[in-house]
Design a protein around this ligand. Structure first.
Ligand SMILES: Nc1ncnc2c1ncn2[C@@H]1O[C@H](COP(=O)(O)OP(=O)(O)OP(=O)(O)O)[C@@H](O)[C@H]1O
Length: 357
């Protein structure tokens, strides 16, 4: 499989040296009231205001003892369902939010004690990007470069290179607010990449993008890692991306890391099971005994049944549903090796599953 080859290659050419990010025992509870004080002004460089929670009654424990190490030069993913705590981890990692307890060390800097250092060592792309909306694509990239300390000609040069790299040159003169969602996201990624930072922290960078744009983003990140040794931490819902792009993945569930490994290592945890997807034309023929027997083990989503089975059970199930009346009722079926979503469910994730695009 492509994933295996990709990992072997990455691991054989790179020997990660030291931790770029060390997060230990991170705890964050949002107050029940949701009242928050905002720090001074919106930070164009990092996209969102720093927040300080007002202590109050029991609230949402979004981060419940998160401990993670990210090695230099890694592309590291945080994966998990909505509300798992991914963005909360990222906001603390970038110094935008102060943890209730725990430590965050980035490239040797203690960002809990010195959050102001974050802007010099990392680029952050948040989920929201309203701060750049009034600027043109070119000006957003150039301004970010200037704010990150580039002189005018270097900022223009990097701007042009990044827009070209991401296929955005034709849109350079358009304000972000007049772009489609995917184009706007791509322009925000472009800005995040100007004014080289050793750590890139990206919260769902490819949301809304078409496959060409997504590929351009992944290539750009890979290039920065390969040529400049950049480290990338990103949040994603996209299981397919996670499997092919990331060196290691931490799976979060209800504020806790429930697993952390390479995609291959995680998938090995679910052993040799395979995944059988059955899609019925209309409804499943439950009067066929073999189909009725499978129903007990299926996760049903509309016309789709998903089953995790031992290989010999899967073979028997395929034989059963590709014969007689069951086959007449079948629209489509597929057999696949386990995905990260299977790992997540097998680990006891909250059952919603991950979003597959
Ligand atoms: N400002 C806030 N005030 C109160 N609760 C919050 C706040 N932000 C997030 N939460 C809660 O904290 C938990 C974790 O949220 P967080 O945004 O970190 O999850 P996430 O994994 O990034 O989710 P998504 O995939 O939907 O972006 C959720 O239960 C969420 O409702």
């Amino acid at each position: 499989m492509g994933t295996g080859t990709r990992q072997q290659t990455a691991e054989s050419v790179r020997t990660p040296t030291r931790a770029a990010v060390r997060i230990a025992g991170l705890v964050k509870t949002y107050p029940a009231s949701g009242r928050r004080r905002h720090g001074p002004g919106l930070n164009l460089l990092r996209g969102a205001p720093r927040t300080t929670d007002v202590p109050g009654a029991a609230g949402v424990r979004a981060c419940d003892g998160v401990t993670l190490d990210v090695r230099e030069g890694e592309i590291f993913g945080l994966l998990g369902p909505n509300g798992a705590g991914k963005s909360t981890v990222v906001r603390q990692l970038t110094g935008l939010m102060r943890p209730d307890s725990g430590t965050v060390e980035v490239l040797g800097h203690d960002l809990v004690r010195h959050p102001e250092r974050a802007a010099r060592i990392l680029a952050y792309l948040g989920q929201e990007s309203a701060a750049l909306d009034e600027l043109t694509v070119a000006l957003a990239a150039e301004t970010t470069g200037r704010l990150r300390g580039l002189d005018a000609s270097a900022a223009r040069r990097e701007r042009d290179d990044v827009l070209d790299e991401l296929g955005l040159t034709a849109l350079a003169g358009r304000p972000l607010r007049k772009l489609s969602g995917g184009q706007r996201r791509l322009a925000c990624v472009a800005s995040a990449l100007v004014g080289e930072r050793p750590l890139l922290v990206l919260d769902e960078p490819t949301t809304g993008m078409d496959p060409v744009a997504r590929r351009a983003v992944w290539s750009a990140l890979e290039r920065r890692r390969a040529e400049r040794g950049a480290t990338v931490v990103l949040v994603t819902h996209n299981v397919m991306e996670a499997e092919t792009v990331l060196d290691r993945v931490a799976v979060l569930d209800r504020g806790r890391v429930i697993a952390c490994d390479t995609p291959g290592g995680l998938k090995a945890m679910v052993g040799g099971d395979v995944r059988l997807d059955l899609v019925w034309r209309d409804r499943a023929p439950l009067d066929v005994p073999q189909v009725a027997a499978l129903a007990a083990h299926a996760t049903v989503s509309g016309r789709r049944w998903t089953l995790r089975l031992a290989p010999e059970e899967a073979r028997a199930a395929v034989d059963a549903v590709t014969a007689g009346r069951a086959f007449a009722a079948l629209d489509d079926f597929s057999l696949a090796t386990p995905s990260l979503e299977d790992v997540y469910l097998a680990l006891g994730g909250s059952g919603e599953g991950l979003v597959k695009v």
